[in-house]
Ligand binder design. Sequence first.
Ligand code: SF4
Ligand code: SF4
Length: 235
Amino acid sequence: MNSRASRRNFLVAGLGLPAAALATPQTPRAQPSRPASEALAFRTLGKTGLKVTSVGFGCMVTSDASVISRAVDMGINYFDTARTYGGGNNERMVGSAPALASLKWVLRNQRMGTTIPSMTDSDQLEENFRAMSEPFGAPDAKLLAAIDENIRPLYCRMCYQCSGQCPKGAAVPETIRYLSYADYYGQFALGREHFASLPPAARAVRCGECESCSVACPNGVHVAERMIRAQELFG
Ligand code: SF4
Ligand code: SF4
Protein backbone atom coordinates (compact mmCIF):
# COMPACT_ATOMS: atom_id res chain seq x y z
CA MET A 1 0.00 0.00 0.00
CA ASN A 2 1.06 3.51 -0.76
CA SER A 3 2.50 5.17 2.35
CA ARG A 4 0.25 8.18 2.01
CA ALA A 5 -2.77 5.93 1.91
CA SER A 6 -1.57 4.00 4.94
CA ARG A 7 -1.24 7.13 7.10
CA ARG A 8 -4.79 7.19 8.25
CA ASN A 9 -6.47 9.38 10.81
CA PHE A 10 -9.36 7.83 12.61
CA LEU A 11 -11.96 9.34 14.85
CA VAL A 12 -14.30 7.31 16.94
CA ALA A 13 -17.25 9.61 17.58
CA GLY A 14 -16.89 11.10 21.01
CA LEU A 15 -13.32 9.83 21.33
CA GLY A 16 -10.29 10.94 19.32
CA LEU A 17 -8.37 7.68 19.09
CA PRO A 18 -6.21 5.86 16.59
CA ALA A 19 -7.63 2.65 15.22
CA ALA A 20 -6.62 -0.92 14.46
CA ALA A 21 -8.58 -3.51 12.52
CA LEU A 22 -9.44 -6.93 13.94
CA ALA A 23 -12.69 -7.45 15.76
CA THR A 24 -14.99 -9.66 17.72
CA PRO A 25 -18.67 -9.76 16.73
CA GLN A 26 -21.21 -7.92 18.85
CA THR A 27 -24.96 -7.99 19.05
CA PRO A 28 -26.72 -5.24 17.05
CA ARG A 29 -28.00 -2.39 19.22
CA ALA A 30 -30.89 -0.04 18.89
CA GLN A 31 -30.31 3.62 18.00
CA PRO A 32 -33.07 6.22 17.91
CA SER A 33 -32.30 8.22 14.73
CA ARG A 34 -31.84 5.52 12.13
CA PRO A 35 -34.56 4.09 9.85
CA ALA A 36 -36.66 1.62 11.87
CA SER A 37 -36.02 -1.22 9.43
CA GLU A 38 -32.27 -1.01 9.75
CA ALA A 39 -29.99 -2.00 12.60
CA LEU A 40 -26.58 -0.87 13.62
CA ALA A 41 -24.00 -3.57 14.05
CA PHE A 42 -21.09 -3.03 16.39
CA ARG A 43 -17.76 -4.78 16.64
CA THR A 44 -14.87 -4.40 19.00
CA LEU A 45 -11.97 -2.58 17.43
CA GLY A 46 -8.92 -4.75 17.92
CA LYS A 47 -7.32 -4.41 21.34
CA THR A 48 -8.70 -0.93 21.92
CA GLY A 49 -11.90 -2.35 23.38
CA LEU A 50 -13.86 0.31 21.50
CA LYS A 51 -17.23 -0.65 20.10
CA VAL A 52 -17.43 0.73 16.58
CA THR A 53 -20.04 0.37 13.88
CA SER A 54 -19.14 -2.29 11.34
CA VAL A 55 -19.59 0.34 8.63
CA GLY A 56 -17.57 3.46 9.31
CA PHE A 57 -17.29 6.62 7.24
CA GLY A 58 -14.41 7.60 4.94
CA CYS A 59 -14.53 11.40 5.07
CA MET A 60 -11.81 12.61 2.74
CA VAL A 61 -14.00 12.96 -0.33
CA THR A 62 -16.97 14.36 1.57
CA SER A 63 -17.52 18.05 0.89
CA ASP A 64 -21.03 18.17 2.33
CA ALA A 65 -20.79 18.39 6.12
CA SER A 66 -24.46 17.58 6.49
CA VAL A 67 -23.78 14.04 5.27
CA ILE A 68 -21.36 13.55 8.13
CA SER A 69 -23.86 15.03 10.58
CA ARG A 70 -26.47 12.67 9.24
CA ALA A 71 -24.09 9.74 9.70
CA VAL A 72 -23.57 10.74 13.34
CA ASP A 73 -27.34 11.00 13.80
CA MET A 74 -27.77 7.55 12.29
CA GLY A 75 -25.37 6.17 14.86
CA ILE A 76 -22.20 5.63 12.84
CA ASN A 77 -19.40 6.21 15.29
CA TYR A 78 -16.24 5.60 13.30
CA PHE A 79 -14.85 8.20 10.90
CA ASP A 80 -11.74 7.94 8.77
CA THR A 81 -10.21 11.19 7.61
CA ALA A 82 -7.38 9.59 5.59
CA ARG A 83 -6.69 10.48 1.99
CA THR A 84 -8.22 7.79 -0.19
CA TYR A 85 -7.07 6.40 -3.50
CA GLY A 86 -8.41 8.27 -6.45
CA GLY A 87 -10.41 10.86 -4.57
CA GLY A 88 -13.38 8.52 -4.55
CA ASN A 89 -13.01 7.47 -8.17
CA ASN A 90 -12.97 3.89 -7.03
CA GLU A 91 -16.52 4.13 -5.77
CA ARG A 92 -17.62 6.01 -8.84
CA MET A 93 -16.08 3.35 -11.05
CA VAL A 94 -17.66 0.46 -9.19
CA GLY A 95 -21.15 1.91 -8.96
CA SER A 96 -23.60 1.73 -6.09
CA ALA A 97 -25.12 -1.78 -6.28
CA PRO A 98 -21.77 -3.54 -6.66
CA ALA A 99 -20.36 -1.34 -3.90
CA LEU A 100 -23.15 -2.43 -1.53
CA ALA A 101 -22.68 -6.09 -2.45
CA SER A 102 -18.94 -5.76 -1.91
CA LEU A 103 -19.45 -4.14 1.46
CA LYS A 104 -21.77 -6.92 2.58
CA TRP A 105 -19.27 -9.49 1.35
CA VAL A 106 -16.52 -7.90 3.43
CA LEU A 107 -18.74 -7.76 6.50
CA ARG A 108 -19.32 -11.51 6.37
CA ASN A 109 -15.84 -11.80 7.84
CA GLN A 110 -16.44 -11.40 11.56
CA ARG A 111 -12.76 -10.72 12.16
CA MET A 112 -13.12 -7.49 10.24
CA GLY A 113 -13.28 -4.67 12.76
CA THR A 114 -14.97 -2.10 10.59
CA THR A 115 -15.13 -0.86 7.03
CA ILE A 116 -14.56 2.72 5.94
CA PRO A 117 -16.13 3.34 2.54
CA SER A 118 -15.69 6.88 1.23
CA MET A 119 -18.99 8.70 0.95
CA THR A 120 -19.89 11.93 -0.76
CA ASP A 121 -23.66 12.20 -0.39
CA SER A 122 -26.62 10.98 1.60
CA ASP A 123 -27.59 8.35 -0.96
CA GLN A 124 -24.26 6.62 -0.53
CA LEU A 125 -24.55 6.96 3.22
CA GLU A 126 -28.02 5.40 3.32
CA GLU A 127 -26.94 2.59 1.05
CA ASN A 128 -23.78 1.77 2.94
CA PHE A 129 -25.73 1.92 6.17
CA ARG A 130 -27.97 -0.86 4.87
CA ALA A 131 -24.96 -3.14 4.62
CA MET A 132 -24.97 -3.42 8.41
CA SER A 133 -28.45 -4.93 8.53
CA GLU A 134 -28.71 -6.78 5.22
CA PRO A 135 -27.10 -10.19 4.84
CA PHE A 136 -24.91 -11.05 1.89
CA GLY A 137 -27.32 -13.03 -0.30
CA ALA A 138 -27.48 -14.95 -3.55
CA PRO A 139 -28.16 -11.83 -5.67
CA ASP A 140 -25.05 -10.21 -4.19
CA ALA A 141 -22.98 -13.30 -4.94
CA LYS A 142 -24.29 -13.39 -8.50
CA LEU A 143 -23.53 -9.73 -9.03
CA LEU A 144 -20.00 -10.02 -7.70
CA ALA A 145 -19.37 -13.17 -9.76
CA ALA A 146 -20.42 -11.30 -12.91
CA ILE A 147 -18.14 -8.39 -12.05
CA ASP A 148 -15.30 -10.77 -11.30
CA GLU A 149 -15.71 -12.35 -14.70
CA ASN A 150 -15.74 -8.94 -16.39
CA ILE A 151 -12.67 -7.59 -14.70
CA ARG A 152 -10.64 -10.81 -14.73
CA PRO A 153 -8.68 -9.92 -17.91
CA LEU A 154 -7.88 -6.49 -16.47
CA TYR A 155 -7.50 -6.91 -12.75
CA CYS A 156 -4.03 -7.77 -11.50
CA ARG A 157 -4.13 -9.32 -8.04
CA MET A 158 -0.48 -8.49 -7.52
CA CYS A 159 0.41 -12.07 -6.75
CA TYR A 160 3.75 -11.59 -8.53
CA GLN A 161 3.69 -15.13 -9.91
CA CYS A 162 4.59 -13.74 -13.31
CA SER A 163 7.68 -11.94 -12.04
CA GLY A 164 10.74 -12.67 -14.17
CA GLN A 165 8.76 -14.63 -16.76
CA CYS A 166 9.20 -12.15 -19.58
CA PRO A 167 12.25 -13.12 -21.68
CA LYS A 168 12.69 -9.48 -22.66
CA GLY A 169 12.81 -8.31 -19.08
CA ALA A 170 9.51 -6.45 -18.90
CA ALA A 171 8.44 -5.61 -15.35
CA VAL A 172 5.02 -7.15 -15.80
CA PRO A 173 3.39 -7.00 -12.34
CA GLU A 174 4.72 -3.52 -11.64
CA THR A 175 3.70 -2.11 -15.02
CA ILE A 176 0.19 -3.53 -14.84
CA ARG A 177 -0.13 -2.23 -11.32
CA TYR A 178 0.86 1.28 -12.38
CA LEU A 179 -1.58 1.10 -15.24
CA SER A 180 -4.33 0.41 -12.74
CA TYR A 181 -3.51 3.69 -11.00
CA ALA A 182 -4.38 5.48 -14.22
CA ASP A 183 -7.26 3.32 -15.39
CA TYR A 184 -9.11 2.69 -12.15
CA TYR A 185 -8.02 5.23 -9.57
CA GLY A 186 -7.94 8.27 -11.85
CA GLN A 187 -4.26 8.75 -10.98
CA PHE A 188 -2.55 8.95 -14.34
CA ALA A 189 0.32 11.08 -13.05
CA LEU A 190 1.00 8.64 -10.23
CA GLY A 191 1.06 5.71 -12.65
CA ARG A 192 3.37 7.52 -15.04
CA GLU A 193 5.65 8.57 -12.20
CA HIS A 194 6.01 4.98 -10.99
CA PHE A 195 6.50 3.68 -14.51
CA ALA A 196 9.28 6.22 -15.02
CA SER A 197 11.06 4.83 -11.96
CA LEU A 198 11.42 1.37 -13.52
CA PRO A 199 14.84 0.43 -14.90
CA PRO A 200 15.35 1.82 -18.44
CA ALA A 201 15.61 -1.68 -19.94
CA ALA A 202 12.21 -2.62 -18.52
CA ARG A 203 10.70 0.63 -19.80
CA ALA A 204 12.12 0.12 -23.26
CA VAL A 205 10.35 -3.22 -23.85
CA ARG A 206 7.64 -3.06 -26.49
CA CYS A 207 5.16 -5.88 -26.10
CA GLY A 208 3.60 -5.12 -29.47
CA GLU A 209 6.74 -6.54 -31.09
CA CYS A 210 6.13 -10.01 -29.68
CA GLU A 211 4.22 -12.47 -31.82
CA SER A 212 2.86 -14.07 -28.68
CA CYS A 213 3.31 -13.47 -24.99
CA SER A 214 5.12 -16.07 -22.96
CA VAL A 215 3.91 -14.69 -19.64
CA ALA A 216 1.06 -16.76 -18.27
CA CYS A 217 -1.16 -15.20 -15.65
CA PRO A 218 -2.93 -17.82 -13.50
CA ASN A 219 -5.57 -15.25 -12.68
CA GLY A 220 -6.59 -14.59 -16.24
CA VAL A 221 -5.06 -11.18 -16.82
CA HIS A 222 -4.48 -10.49 -20.51
CA VAL A 223 -0.89 -9.57 -19.93
CA ALA A 224 0.19 -8.45 -23.40
CA GLU A 225 -2.89 -6.24 -23.85
CA ARG A 226 -2.38 -4.54 -20.50
CA MET A 227 1.34 -4.11 -21.11
CA ILE A 228 0.81 -2.60 -24.56
CA ARG A 229 -1.69 -0.16 -23.13
CA ALA A 230 0.69 0.84 -20.34
CA GLN A 231 3.57 1.34 -22.75
CA GLU A 232 1.41 3.50 -25.02
CA LEU A 233 0.07 5.50 -22.11
CA PHE A 234 3.25 6.06 -20.13
CA GLY A 235 5.78 5.99 -22.95
S1 SF4 B 1 -0.45 -10.33 -13.96
FE1 SF4 B 1 -1.33 -12.16 -13.06
S2 SF4 B 1 0.42 -13.37 -12.36
FE2 SF4 B 1 1.15 -11.30 -12.73
S3 SF4 B 1 1.00 -10.30 -10.72
FE3 SF4 B 1 -0.89 -9.86 -11.83
S4 SF4 B 1 -2.33 -11.43 -11.18
FE4 SF4 B 1 -0.27 -12.15 -10.62
S1 SF4 C 1 4.38 -9.58 -24.82
FE1 SF4 C 1 4.85 -10.84 -23.04
S2 SF4 C 1 6.76 -11.88 -23.56
FE2 SF4 C 1 6.55 -10.17 -24.98
S3 SF4 C 1 7.66 -8.48 -24.00
FE3 SF4 C 1 5.54 -8.32 -23.37
S4 SF4 C 1 5.43 -9.41 -21.44
FE4 SF4 C 1 7.32 -10.03 -22.42
